[in-house]
Design a protein around this ligand. Structure first.
Ligand SMILES: [Zn+2]
Length: 153
């Protein structure tokens, strides 16, 4: 059978494979395809953002937070729309706690309008809270789900 030097469709390893047509691209072995099938859509979305293999992206997942990817000295948050909204709200709440209420005499803290303050703060946009690096937001669609990527370091 005629073979060609090509790349595994899952891990980008260089492999020797028979000539194939169309969508049926070759891959190195069943382990490789299984680890791809088992990977989270989040990991696959991040792999497509970073332009790396899914296996490499698996290796970048932070050991303490599955939403965070660390590549050398760069860090990224990769989250769905609703996860991003939750983190955004938590970030604003945290700011109120640490930076605003902390400065107010304790007996006046209950009068602070947190919701009003958050409404105004949200005008700055989600990326302003979640991307401390350059304020950017990247959007990647994978398998029908939109993922939002924020550089955090
Ligand atoms: Zn492979």
């Amino acid at each position: 059978m005629n073979t060609q030097e090509t790349e595994c469709r899952y891990c980008d390893a260089s492999i020797e494979a028979p000539f194939v047509n169309g969508d049926d691209e070759p891959f190195c072995n069943e382990d490789c395809s299984t680890s791809f099938e088992n990977a989270d859509d989040r990991v696959k979305a991040f792999a497509s953002f970073e332009g790396c293999s899914v296996q490499d992206a698996e290796g970048y997942v932070s050991s303490y937070d599955e939403q965070t990817f660390d590549i050398g000295n760069r860090s990224y948050l990769c989250v769905t729309d609703s996860e991003a909204d939750e983190l955004w709200d938590a970030d604003l709440e945290n700011y109120i706690e640490e930076c605003i209420l902390h400065e107010l005499p304790e007996q006046y803290r209950q009068y602070f309008d947190s919701e009003g303050w958050k409404d105004d703060a949200r005008m700055d946009g989600r990326a302003h809270s979640l991307n401390r690096y350059d304020g950017g937001e990247e959007e990647i669609e994978y398998n029908g789900t939109d993922f939002y990527i924020y550089r955090t370091n």
